[in-house]
Design a protein around this ligand. Sequence first.
Ligand code: SAM
Length: 272
Amino acid sequence: MNRETHSINLQDRSRGRIARALRFVRQQGILEPLRLVRRHGLGDSGRFVARNIRHLVADRLARRWDRDNGVDTAGSIRLDALDVVGPHRDQGNECVCTSPRSFAFIMDRLTDDLADYTFIDIGSGKSRTLLLASHYPFAAIVGVEFARELVAIARRNIERYKSPAQKCRQIAVIEADAATYEFPPTPLLVYFYNPFSRDVFEIVLGNLMSSLERHPRPCLVVYGSSSHRAIEWAKPAIHDAGSFQQRVTPPMPRFLDAVRTIDYAIFDYRPS
Ligand SMILES: C[S@@+](CC[C@H](N)C(=O)[O-])C[C@H]1O[C@@H](n2cnc3c(N)ncnc32)[C@H](O)[C@@H]1O
């Protein structure tokens, strides 16, 4: 954990997994893990261990990416202790950033000319996607994030990130509840990585639709989720909003730098 993150005192659940496991064995004795395997069966126990190993590997890779780039984007940050704008804290999901390889895989599906587009990450966390999006020639990049501490870290990351691969340096983070965010009147690529509940998503989607009706323009929506099976309600919700057509895309491979594999969908706005 770097000094600034420590002083902001984030509750990072990806830290100390091995220490927690060793403490458990010390406190409960060596036989307790064997009793747990007997109770849950070999299959479930094996999957539990595999999930934790995957988490550890992805977390190591994320921290290495951060060190290489002089930024702080890793971790699984709980929202409970953060200073949040607006009434939707309980409907927000903890801050886990999209893995660089998953993001590149999604962007490889978008062969469109994006030069006039604004990339918008709704629930942008510590800004990893904003930094990764800056490798593409967007007109501008915007993150919308409701947790004050994450906004502060994101802004510092943006200042520090100096990659020769950057093609867009017009990057900003807006501290706001996504439900109140007004979309700019430019072509849009709106990115969601499982930021919040269905209720909040429907408000944001409604705001996006009104904005598109007021100023018709090209718009791509990318929705990704790796837990809570959010993709199962998000896809029909986007479809039912009318005027969006889902692209045919291949499934996301299991990348080592991803804590979990992302299920994703890409939609094009096609007003009738
Ligand atoms: C799963 S993380 C995704 C982070 C980032 N989009 C990425 O892909 O790397 C979800 C983020 O959404 C933020 N969030 C949740 N509800 C929000 C809301 N109503 N308005 C703005 N941000 C929100 C959380 O604080 C968290 O940082």
